[in-house]
Design a protein around this ligand. Structure first.
Ligand code: NAD
Ligand code: TYD
Length: 380
């Protein structure tokens, strides 16, 4: 088979990365997809069992902080594209262990950039036909005001926001030119990595692109994040820890819509540009929690309201950002991307997936998956 492109996808064993790997492996049989992942607690090869034997897919267990290894992989696979998702991604962990976040998100990104630079500059065609695509988050922009706690009609809508709940909570949105103002160690480290990526374009001419996306939800998300954690806790009748008053606002996008955006931008995005990705789909945490409870109870055959008593208000997260809201009209106008799924459909699909895949969840929560990886790949 002729391989027309050789693309490293980092963090492909994680939540979003696994959807991106699956999309690329299935959609582009002529591409060779090399999934580079360290398999931290968040990496799970069981996210990719359906594609692991495809001829255009290779998994490499490696740490992006290992510059020599990254350079070796660039050379070994004649890499012409990098889609970089590997990161430490959970805000609560970053509050407890900021060093790991700086190491992976900043130094890891830098070592990957430098490896791509050294390899691409060694080729006769240099940067021609190459692309370094860095996946970032809306959290780098900081937090927006919650000027309308009761909700107002959003100025724009998409398929994602076209359901019964159609509200936003302030006039301001993050746009691509919004000044960076990160508050958590996670977002500070992501912001720093974004700056390094842009610096490699401006200093060395590397063909880079950066995207900043809102909160993702869907299958294969590690159950420390709000939606899978709460679905699992409801199933086990465990408390649902709501931080503060549950009034913080997040803008939610179905993970496969993010993966489709990444596909579009990797191929058609303008070099050195930034694109925001989101669906104008804002929810207060407490409202989304009520939707999750209602959906899980219905699908488990429980009476309505059965699991409401599990809601437990707990001490707020330190520095908890109040509101995130993304304006993704640039991406929609320039590249024609739009969310494909209405939020209520997405949540229904997501809850069903976690309930139908209890083995996947139990494997993670029991810690068996860590033992499995250690036996296969060693405990590096
Ligand atoms: P995740 O935590 O589920 O997965 C991260 C993956 O990176 C794991 O497979 C892990 O093993 C791997 N990894 C971590 N450190 C590594 C290292 N040093 N070397 C190699 N691999 C390593 O994360 P996610 O939620 O899928 O997020 C993926 C990317 O998207 C991140 O860069 C994140 O900042 C960004 N993002 C996430 C969201 C969201 O809602 N989850 C929203 C916007 C942007
Ligand atoms: P999370 O899924 O951790 O994503 P992020 O912090 O990147 O937005 O959290 C989503 C929202 O839910 C956030 O406002 C924090 C809140 N939250 C809780 O109230 N309880 C929880 O147990 C978790 C994990 C999050």
């Amino acid at each position: 088979m002729t391989m027309k492109r050789n693309i490293i996808i980092t963090g492909g064993a994680g939540f979003i990365g696994s959807h991106v790997v699956r999309l690329f492996v299935n959609k582009y049989p002529d591409y060779h997809i090399i999934n580079v992942d360290k398999l931290t607690y968040a990496g799970n090869l069981k996210n990719l069992t359906d594609i692991e034997n495809k001829p255009n897919y290779t998994f490499v267990k490696a740490d992006i902080c290992d510059y020599d290894k990254m350079l070796e992989l660039m050379r070994e696979y004649n890499v012409d594209g990098v889609i970089h998702l590997a990161a430490e991604s959970h805000v609560d962990r970053s509050i407890k262990d900021p060093f790991t976040f700086a190491k992976t998100n900043v130094m890891g990104t830098l070592s990957l950039l430098q490896a791509a630079k050294v390899y691409w500059e060694s080729l006769p065609e240099k940067y021609e036909g190459k692309r370094f695509y860095h996946i970032s988050t809306d959290e780098v922009y900081g937090a927006l005001e919650l000027t309308h706690p009761e909700g107002i009609e959003p100025p724009f809508s998409t398929k994602a926001s076209s359901g019964t709940h159609h509200e936003c909570y302030g006039e301001e949105f993050f746009v691509e030119t919004t000044k960076y103002n990160p508050h958590s160690p996670y977002s500070a480290a992501k912001a720093s990595s974004d700056h390094f990526v842009r610096a490699y374009h401006d200093t060395y001419g590397m063909p880079t692109v950066v995207t900043n996306c809102s909160n993702n939800y869907g299958p294969y998300q590690f159950p420390e994040k709000l939606i899978p954690l709460f679905i699992n806790n409801i199933r086990h009748r465990k408390p649902l820890p709501v931080y503060g008053k549950g009034e913080n606002v997040r803008d939610w996008l179905y993970v496969e819509d993010h993966a489709r955006a990444i596909d579009t931008i990797f191929h058609d995005g303008t070099i050195a540009e930034t694109y925001n990705i989101g669906g104008f789909n804002e929810w207060k945490n407490i409202d989304i929690i009520k939707v999750i409870i209602k959906t899980v109870d219905r699908l488990l055959g429980n009476p309505e309201g059965y699991s409401d008593e599990l809601i437990t208000y707990v001490t707020d997260r330190a520095g908890h950002d109040l509101r995130y809201a993304i304006d993704s009209r640039k991406l929609q106008a320039e590249l024609g991307w739009e969310p494909s799924l209405q939020f209520e459909e997405g949540i229904e699909k997501t809850v069903r997936w976690y309930l139908d895949n209890q083995e996947w969840m139990d494997n993670i929560t029991s810690g068996d998956y860590q033992k499995y990886y250690e036996s296969m790949y060693g405990n590096r």
